[in-house]
Design a protein around this ligand. Sequence first.
Ligand code: F3S
Length: 527
Amino acid sequence: MNRRQFIKRSTMAAAAVALLPGRLPAQTEKAGAPASSGAPGTGASGTGKLPDYAKDMLLHSDMQGLGPDGKPTGQKATFTGASKANAKAEEAMRHKMKLNKEEQAILDGKDGEEKAKLMKILVTFGNTFGAEKLVDLGGAPHSNMFIGAPYMKSMIKMLDECAKAGLKSYAPYTVNPRPYDVYNVQNNAKDMTMIYEGYSLQWDLDYVHVRLGAPDLNKRTCACYLDEVGNAPKPGTYVAWAESSAVNYGNSVLGIRTNRTGAGMDLIQAMLGKSPLFGLMTDEGRKATWLVEVKTSKEPDWGAIGTAIGRKCVEDVPYVTGLDKYFKGGKVTADNLHLLKSMGSATASSGAVGLYHVEGVTPDAKEKGKKLLAKGYETYVIDDKEQARIISTFPNLWPDKNADPTAAFIGCPHNTYHEVIKWGKLVTEALDKAGKPEAAIPVYMFMPNPVRDRAIEEHGELISKMKRAGMHATNMCSVSYAGMKGFSERVRGVTNSAKTRNYSTIRYFPDDVLVKIIVTGKIPKGA
Ligand code: F3S
């Protein structure tokens, strides 16, 4: 069972608990005594018999660290925010979190049966990870419940029951992009048929989101923190975000406090407005166990160094030096945030990094500097040679390795406004120079609709030119598109996203090479 299947199975198992009829004996009955005693802060949370999958939790994963030789180092992700935590599932599952009076009352059914079930799941989840208590959430949630496929049926049913019971997120929340776009990308009969058959529960899922408090579909994006979308809680805010790239950016660049919440658990926590305090939400869990020194002779390839860090650190927290010179005055701005978005999402997809610190740039690092380094930290140097070595490990997975590319994919995570304009100019100017009206291959530009709308308003002429050149704006998920049945046989994709590369057969190239490919339709020799 690989990591993603495992997460899916464990999350579904948690959801199944909520669907059981009647009271939930182990938790409810044990919980009853302290509640009736009326003693605040003493609420026990029994766990009952360990489910079969418990032995796999924290231990079973395909997310393994790789050494310089490309071989596994034995370091594995445990989803605690520290892969060397030596956490043991059986021990963690016996842990009992303290609940306050209000939380215990919810568990006992004060706010209805559905909310009690959600609390039961949350307490079990917190106990599993050794949390001491629950904390109140602020800001707004971000959910990655975005796929309405049949395997999500039990989860969607559970959420539908919650919506029917009148439960809602504590604040309006953002959601990941939809897995398809029948307006701009899959607007043909064959793809649409495949989509409506494959994502048969998409409508049900969207309906759930509306009732639980998500805004309309224009706000769907993984880059929820962009100004145009507006979900960027203040530093230090506890949230329960899902979507690895958003969690990674939020923790690191915004300075919010969230674990890498799984699909389903994000909305359970949103409806309760509470989260168990553990891992990346704590000062201890935010300490860096790796010092990563970036010593490339020129600006690094952000996707490549992100991949290097993810492979090396797996899910540990890195403290990265040598990058402050690329952020004038140590400021992350609308014009440079894509550099961290690119690096961070690569750390989160080639590893499971949920937080990184960049010396002189990110908020925790600005405040505490090298004090963030934990005792006994290890050092990893990324120089030109190491960066080149990492890039050399990216395989060509096209069935016909020497054929020409057929499509370009830009914007995973979703493009910022700055990136859209930058790419528009890069491609259209290169086409003008080559005397061509149109790109040699279609270019899919993934972005939130509010970013697209701003670009149209402020750069209407350029956007029209991009459209005529074959650049398509879409707010869907790039990797979901690449995961469509038959995609890898039909499409030879190229991208500048290390995350897309990591999850698909699409090949990775730096920006300057990608522009050449888009203009000529050929892979330059030696690229
Ligand atoms: Fe966003 Fe999909 Fe990439 S959710 S980060 S475009 S995998």
